[in-house]
Design a protein around this ligand. Structure first.
Ligand SMILES: N[C@@H](CCC(=O)N[C@@H](CS)C(=O)NCC(=O)O)C(=O)O
Length: 280
């Protein structure tokens, strides 16, 4: 049982002290959701095995009254299992399965492309002792290209990303959170991606009037403003240039997937359209 309600968290930080890792962000929210005080062990990319006494090469890791728990999903499951009387993070196993699918989609759609736009900041904002490792390891990750070359043309790539997030917008039009009326671990996994973005964004990635903003702002404000660290940059303010795509759907069509059937009146307009009749 957590001593004095405190759990130790090994963080992965930039020079400003802000968390960079989306996995650690998700864990910070998970610990807050469960109502724990968190004792942060600071540090960056290098020296993780030394900091953790050889327990891990990757973060996050938590220590709960001497018990080490690794891996952000395992940590959430551990917290639910060990503290069932506190607010649930995952609950039904399907939440994890569907959440992981959604998260993989978001990483492929957004984090991957954003990395190629913000990699220089990712390195430059890192702790000084991490610069050489981040440069070498991330250049290797991107097939041996130089960071300066990877980010080339980002002004043209960035505007291509917001229109691809429509899946999240259409879901959040109907639901307050991915957890329904209250945030759950899926919200934290998804928010973590935008917190990662804010940790490296030297230029905005999303339009100022993006409908996603409401959920992101509410998420960053949770737990006394957990996502409002001064080391985070504004992510909204991307301005559409003439040839850029529309960043989001302004008049989303209502159809079977999004329209709830509450009787013939609710579907009359759609039926008229399908029959080629003018709707009443
Ligand atoms: N499956 C692990 C992944 C953890 C992970 O890969 N963490 C990265 C940070 S984003 C890390 O520790 N990287 C150290 C490095 O790049 O050397 C989890 O969910 O906790």
């Amino acid at each position: 049982m957590a001593k004095d309600n405190r759990i130790i968290l090994y963080d992965l930080q930039l020079a400003s002290g802000v968390t960079i890792s989306p996995f650690v962000w998700a864990t910070r929210y998970a610990l807050a959701h469960k109502g724990f005080e968190v004792e942060i062990v600071p540090g960056g990319f290098t020296g993780i095995p030394e900091r953790t006494g050889g327990k891990t090469e990757r973060l996050p890791a938590i220590v709960d009254d001497g018990e080490w728990v690794l891996d952000s999903w395992h940590i959430a499951e551990y917290l639910d299992e060990k503290y069932p009387d506190r607010p649930t993070l995952i609950g039904d196993p399907s939440v994890k399965v569907c959440g992981q699918m959604l998260e993989q989609w978001l990483w492929q759609t957004a984090i991957g492309p954003w990395m190629t736009c913000y990699l220089q900041q990712y390195r430059d904002r890192a702790l000084p002792q991490d610069h050489a490792y981040v440069t070498e390891s991330r250049e290797r990750m991107f097939g041996g290209q130089k960071i300066e070359d990877i980010i080339l043309g980002r002004e043209d790539r960035l505007p291509q990303i917001p229109p691809k997030l429509e899946l999240m917008r259409s879901t959040l039009r109907e639901h307050q959170w991915f957890g329904g009326k209250h945030p759950n671990y899926v919200d934290y996994r998804m928010l973590a991606v935008f917190l990662f973005l804010a940790s490296v964004a030297d230029i905005p990635a999303l339009p100022g009037d993006d409908p996603l903003r409401d959920w992101i702002d509410r998420g960053f404000d949770l737990y006394g403003g957990l996502g409002r660290h001064p080391g985070l940059s504004p992510i909204f303010g991307l301005v559409k240039r003439e040839h850029d795509p529309e960043p989001f759907e302004r008049n989303p069509p209502e159809w079977g997937l999004t329209k709830r059937n509450t009787g013939p009146q609710s579907t009359a307009a759609e039926t008229a359209r399908l029959k080629g009749e003018a709707s009443a």
